[in-house]
Design a protein around this ligand. Sequence first.
Ligand SMILES: [Zn+2]
Length: 334
Amino acid sequence: MREAIASKLLSINRHGGIIAKQYVVVDGHEKTPLRIATHAHSDHLVSFSRSVNSGATIVGTPLTLDWVRAMGYKVPERQLMAVGYGRPIKIGDIEVVLERACHIPGSAQVIIETNDGLKAVYTSDFKKPLVETPVIEADILITDATYGNPSYVREFDDYIELILADLVRELLSKGPVYIYGYYGKIQEVMGILRREGIDAPFILPHRQYVLARIAERHGLNLGTYLHANSSEAEDVMRDGWCIYLTHINSRRRANNLGNHIILSGWEFRRPYRRISKNVWLVAFSDHADFKGLIKYIIEAKPKELIVNNVRSTCGDLFIDYVRKKLSINAFLLP
Ligand SMILES: [Zn+2]
């Protein structure tokens, strides 16, 4: 059995790009007049320069487009089209709308609708369906199934923000705290810690600082944060009451001062564990777990589910589950 409805409107190429007719490609490269960037993570910006060089207009939320350029991707101003959530773009016989997604700041889902009423939704990366990521009903739902294996479940997902804030608070009483995560996740965590009432100054290396500045300009509340090379940051570091946030691959981990928290999306058993004297692993993910993915699908009631094979794990298990347990036609593409 092949996908019957989806093939009228879209396909997925080997970069994981979702192509809607000859007009639009989402998160991949194809020779289309529009390329949509759902968010500023590199696995969604594959072959980005090829799209720019082919003259495509790059569409994204204002924050995403600013972040993409801050990360070093070059795009001439005239090729950028910043679009807020809920604002339709018409091209050919389709209409495209970006909708909010809870993942990293600026993230979007993409709704593609044809003139004759066929509606497809690409969730891109998301978490907290229904709560912070709106679930959109669609004829065709496309998702990446980041955690496609039924065993990829974090029972504590609903409380992890509180657990992380409590751990940071406790460790701060003993000295500086270092937090390691991917771009975007760091700025998300900064916002969460502020919301949970932690007001110790943040210290950020250059790129994290630039991304934070942009996110703040677009409305994120990040409180006090300092550039790691500034003299104020040196004073604060000497004082010891601060949180240093940096990329997960940073070498600061080797440092024996203070406590170190590594944010991992691949820990399922416990919300956090101590992996050495002053290093902690916290199961903080930017993606819905298996249960969250299924919840989205149940609520969206698609006639067909397409799982993007390029960016999923255990996609075959996932479509098998959806077919058998939810009785929805599900396909793995490409
Ligand atoms: Zn992502």
